[in-house]
Design a protein around this ligand. Sequence first.
Ligand code: ZN
Ligand code: ZN
Length: 253
Amino acid sequence: MLDLHVHPLGHNDREANRETIRAFLDEASRRGLKEIGFADHDYYWDQMNFPLIREVAKDYPHLEVRVGLEAEYRPYEEGRIKNLLDQFSFDFVIGSVHEFDGWVFDIPEEEHMHRKKDADEFYRRYFEVVTLAAKSGLFTTIGHFDLIKVFGVRPGKDILTLADEALTTVAERGLVLEVNTNGRYKPVQEFYPERRLMEEIHRRGIEFTLGSDAHCAENVGRDLDEASQLLRQIGVQSLVGFSRFDKVSYSLD
Ligand SMILES: [Zn+2]
Ligand SMILES: [Zn+2]
């Protein structure tokens, strides 16, 4: 019903012009979504056209079209992110960690390093940086909460212990976590976060949103019915969208 994580620019594969925006909104309409949120990677800032999204959205009155950003969180760059967020009135901002200590860990070229390094140590460090992202006060949402599992390398320690402080911070700050279905199409072949984490997130009273992380229009809304079903099974009754940083609640019934 809502997809708050799509990338009209992909990995800078195309222009986010009127046709591209329409293609994403057409697919969202076709799938019967109520809300869609654009969140391109901040590295392509200069290619983004936020007012155009708001303008094209007027042709889709049945859809809540939200304008957001997926910001790369690095602890020493909070000022840079803040500067970007000051330049437009966003509906939501996803803080994501795809890199820490100079290691861009989620690209295929780095898979062998996941097998070589100490998994307990890189999971610990990953969640430490996610905790800082949650503490930064910059974001509404933390993206793909357990992305570090992307190649299917698991820690020896319990994931609930490793993620404990990050979850505590997310709960304290009232941040939202997404079920991001894109993980199914990565080597790990499962949604982010894994089910045990989803249950723990719900137990702690943290709210969920949904995201396909679509980098092309065809993937908008992909597997979100299944993700909603899974959330219902663990007892989640509502999902969260955003309008100018305010939460908007959707019943899951
Ligand atoms: Zn991401
Ligand atoms: Zn993304």
